[in-house]
Design a protein around this ligand. Structure first.
Ligand SMILES: C[S@@+](CC[C@H](N)C(=O)[O-])C[C@H]1O[C@@H](n2cnc3c(N)ncnc32)[C@H](O)[C@@H]1O
Length: 277
């Protein structure tokens, strides 16, 4: 899960720069740039579109320059062309994870039953639902804040979102029926969480980031239990890092899945794909 955020704003320039009248686009860009936002022009465009009044604009820019991730300032993140609502305390879906969804769709373009495990905002489930023909969508997360957020994002697809630890959260009736089991699990090694950019470290819950000593604790648990939930030919997909990929592939193979690694150089994305018997 290496983040894709721009560099974190270093300090908080005062927005007393702004008067009661609507600040100009240039002044917004300048404030964002002074705060260290790498993509100040793009961010300014989005923030200006989101604000209805000068006071709202000042508040949004203030939040951004104090280091709140852009997606939390706006209240949404773009994922596969969808606007996914995000709330404070919920992992912001990364563009990199779009590759996991593409790989799932390539493997199972007619999937009828989809599970988004470790769903966070539900972006992966929403991306799958939008591309498939009215699939049955299930999602689960251990964090109640994420569950609430995913319920909103998956309501339009008729998705059901459960709270609980991995497969324990799912209805038993799904066993042996799942065509696509997508799990973007936490995979940052515990010792490296402190090295993440501040936007992830300070604004995303540890449970969404920390994957244990080598980052693969949750992945191994998911791989071990997945075969019992997949329909014959169904697939498990988990995002990992380049460094972790060999051990992740090994965990899938040990679970009895026919396994391969898919890589997208452009997004620097690594997805382990395992197919059940
Ligand atoms: C890296 S985030 C991914 C969220 C979302 N799938 C995405 O791609 O944006 C990992 C998510 O796993 C959840 N999680 C961590 N441990 C879990 C567990 N044991 N059972 C269920 N969910 C878990 C976290 O709460 C977090 O929402």
């Amino acid at each position: 899960m290496p983040p894709t955020f721009p560099a974190s704003p270093a300090s908080s320039p005062s927005l007393s720069l702004f008067s009661a009248s609507l600040p100009s686009r240039d002044s917004v860009v300048a404030a964002l740039r002074a705060a260290g936002c790498v993509f100040a022009e793009d961010e300014a465009r989005l923030i200006l579109t989101a604000a209805g009044t000068a006071a709202e604009l000042t508040a949004l820019v203030d939040r951004r320059v104090t280091g709140l991730p852009l997606e939390l300032v706006l209240g949404w993140a773009e994922f596969r062309g969808l606007r996914i609502a995000v709330a404070p305390g919920v992992f912001v879906p990364r563009r990199r994870t779009e590759f996991l969804v593409s790989e799932a769709l390539a493997h199972a373009p007619h999937a009828a039953v989809v599970v988004d495990l470790c769903c966070g905002s539900g972006a992966v489930g929403a991306g799958l639902a939008a591309a498939l023909d009215r699939p049955e969508v299930h999602a689960a997360d251990v964090d109640p804040v994420a569950v609430r957020c995913a319920r909103g994002n998956l309501a339009g697809a008729g998705g059901r979102v459960y709270a609980g630890d991995l497969f324990d959260a799912l209805p038993g009736a799904l066993r042996g029926r799942v065509d696509i089991l997508a799990a973007n699990v936490p995979y940052v090694p515990t010792g490296e969480v402190a090295l993440l950019p501040a936007e992830a470290r300070d604004h995303e819950p540890l449970v969404a980031l920390d994957g244990g000593a080598d980052g693969l604790d949750v992945l191994r648990r998911v791989a071990a239990e997945a075969p019992g939930w997949l329909v014959p030919g169904g697939c498990l997909l988990v995002e990992t890092s380049e460094r972790q990929a060999p051990a992740a592939v090994d965990a899938f193979r040990r679970a009895g899945l026919t396994t391969r690694l898919a890589v997208c150089e452009e997004l620097y994305a690594h997805v382990v794909i395992g197919v059940g018997d």
